[in-house]
Design a protein. Sequence first.
Length: 245
Amino acid sequence: MSAPSRIRAVLFDLGGTLVDERDYAGWSELARGIYLDLLPERFAHAFPEVEAEEDLAPSGLDREAAWVEFWRKVLSRASGSEIASSTAARFVAARSACREPPMALYSDVRRCLDLLRGQRRSLGVVSNSRSEAAVRHILDRVGILPYFEAVVSSGTEGVAKPHPEIFRRALARMRVPPREALYVGNLLRTDALGARSAGLHAAWLHRDGMGVGGDDPPEITSLLEVPLVVAQLEAPAGPGSPAHR
């Protein structure tokens, strides 16, 4: 029988996990500005499909080129025809020019953070994003920055998820070994499996799922399940239990 884990720290992804950065209506307006007539519902279908596909089969391009290619695929999927990279680059530039794009805190976030902080666990954020300052600004905008002891961004660190190094740097700041940390994110490969490759425990937040994706890593549909995952990891592991696998 393996010993239970003590979870001293819980780290989170940002977009799609803590903060909903999707702005289908706004993206529709931006598309019209480059002569693409795409209704918000077209983005609502195309964006999550391409996001999931890119997570499982990344392009291998550098960050800026990969971002343009991502949006080229979204625009192409939304329009039903192939969009040129130059057009996608114009869309990306227009999107970047928006100083304060709409974003919202998911309804389960604050309750989850309160529960974990009440258990005296350290909290952190590891995000593939432009910079640590940009991540801190977003967290401050939605009112949850004070919860986090460490904020790590790929743009500042020069290394991105799923590479194990970015997770290790966050844990080094928090002075927590990987076996005593849990990472939660909405992308299976980039977040959950990336964290696992760095030695952390991981949970895949699949908000549109049914919670039946298996236990390795566990699939959850709400952040309110995170304290339950922590409790399972800290429980004595017996044959057949998730923590024993």
